[in-house]
Write a protein that binds this ligand. Structure first.
Ligand code: NAP
Ligand code: G4F
Length: 343
């Protein structure tokens, strides 16, 4: 019998790569879809035609119970969230509801559908739960690099909500013996990354500038440093975490730091342009409280999961620029409006 997985956040970057990975492993995969006519459903359906869908929303407890009852998954991957950090200062309450309380709703749905006492039972056959925690929880970092034992100091309402989701997952593991793990993932990108995030904003702008469709690129803090990896590598770590005998939380990253300035330079170099001719600073894009640096110590995941990243940052940025050059050229050729969300 093939395993069954339910993924929230199926229409997002990670949901798409995880669905492809699980389908390739022989899983039956369901994606939780919210909204009346979610326009991103057709995009993920095109990529993964064997995928099934079930309606639901992390804001709606009953819909999660119904979805789990219908699908009866072996594994639940909770990737659904408002993931753009600046939005969390604009709509802090909504972000807290989805990214924080939404985790609690899913954990409760698992308890309800499993039978409230079952989650204390022998452990075989119980639903396993993955929570998408974030390096944003480290915020104003207490040490470098950051590991599973580094204390949290989140710098945004997003980071605070993710810290709640992290601790409630751990608490349900300790309170109810629920098989729940959190992956503390550092920034991961791909050609499927949303156009609002800095790497994709850069790769898309570079493609448009190269093709004569854009003059300048406005950015915020060029000195911010991140540990950036490839999303296709990181979803494999999510899956591995749920295959372990004992549930535990893991840090996932490359251990290599780069600045936003590095990202810009590599991307413009890829098309033989000098970034200083095009990039300017827009103070409105600087955040009220910044996470200045992040760097992962993934020693535990490398040892216990045998996981390692396969794509360097330079390769990643070039991959994204090349993908955007192809996409923008196609859109010019066919006279479409620029649909940055198209994969
Ligand atoms: P993404 O591309 O922004 O996707 C977010 C997903 O969440 C979308 O499918 C969205 O669906 C869904 N969603 C939003 N509100 C929802 C709600 N109320 N109920 C159910 N689903 C909802 O994000 P991503 O980059 O794939 O990241 C996946 C997860 O990992 C997120 O939880 C993110 O916070 C976390 N994370 C990401 C990174 C990273 O670098 N990418 C690092 C650490 C942690 P709609 O189509 O309905 O909007
Ligand atoms: O690409 P970003 O928006 O990603 P950020 O804020 O690090 O968050 C991402 O990674 C987290 C993991 O640590 C996830 F939890 C979260 O869901 C998301 O996927 O910004 C990266 C850096 C920031 O320091 C930002 O200030 O780039 C800096 N930056 C400079 N100019 C900019 C810009 N970021 C954006 N989005 N746009 C700019 O113009």
């Amino acid at each position: 019998m093939s395993k069954r997985a339910l993924i929230t956040g199926i229409t997002g970057q990670d949901g798409s790569y995880l669905a492809e990975h699980l389908l390739a492993q022989g899983y039956q995969v369901w994606g939780l879809i919210r909204g009346q006519a979610n326009p991103r459903k057709s995009r993920i359906s095109r990529l993964a035609s064997d995928l099934s869908f079930v309606d639901g929303d992390l804001m709606d407890q009953t819909s999660l119970v119904s979805a789990l009852d219908l699908v009866q998954p072996d594994e639940v991957y909770n990737l659904g969230a408002i993931s753009f950090v600046p939005m969390s200062w604009q709509q802090a309450e909504l972000v807290t509801e989805i990214n924080g309380a939404g985790v609690l709703r899913m954990l409760e749905a698992i308890r309800i559908v499993s039978g409230l006492s079952q989650s204390r039972a022998d452990g075989s056959g119980r639903m396993r739960f993955y929570q998408a925690s974030s390096s944003e929880m480290f915020g104003k970092v207490a040490e470098t690099p950051q590991s599973e034992t580094t204390r949290f100091h989140p710098r945004s309402p997003y980071g605070v909500a993710k810290a709640y989701g992290h601790f409630i997952t751990r608490n349900y593991r300790e309170s109810f013996d629920l098989y729940g793990v959190s992956g503390i993932l550092f920034n991961h990108e791909s050609p499927r990354r949303g156009a609002e995030f800095v790497t994709r904003k850069i790769s898309l702008a570079v493609a448009q500038i190269k093709l004569g469709l854009q003059d300048k690129l406005a950015l915020g803090n060029l000195d911010a440093v991140r540990d950036w990896g490839f999303a296709g590598d990181y979803v494999k770590a999510m899956h591995l975490m749920l295959q372990q005998d004992e549930p535990a939380d893991y840090v996932i990253g490359t251990g290599v730091m780069h600045s936003v300035r590095d990202a810009v330079r590599i991307a413009f170099d890829a098309v033989d342009l000098n970034w200083q001719d095009y990039v300017y600073i827009d103070p409105a894009l600087v955040r009220p409280a910044e996470v200045e640096t992040l760097c992962a110590d993934s020693g535990m995941a490398r040892a216990a999961l045998d996981w390692a990243p396969t794509v360097t940052f330079e390769e990643l940025m070039r991959m994204m620029v090349e993908a955007d050059l192809r996409q923008v050229s196609r859109e010019v050729q066919y006279g479409d409006l620029l649909l940055a969300g198209n994969w």
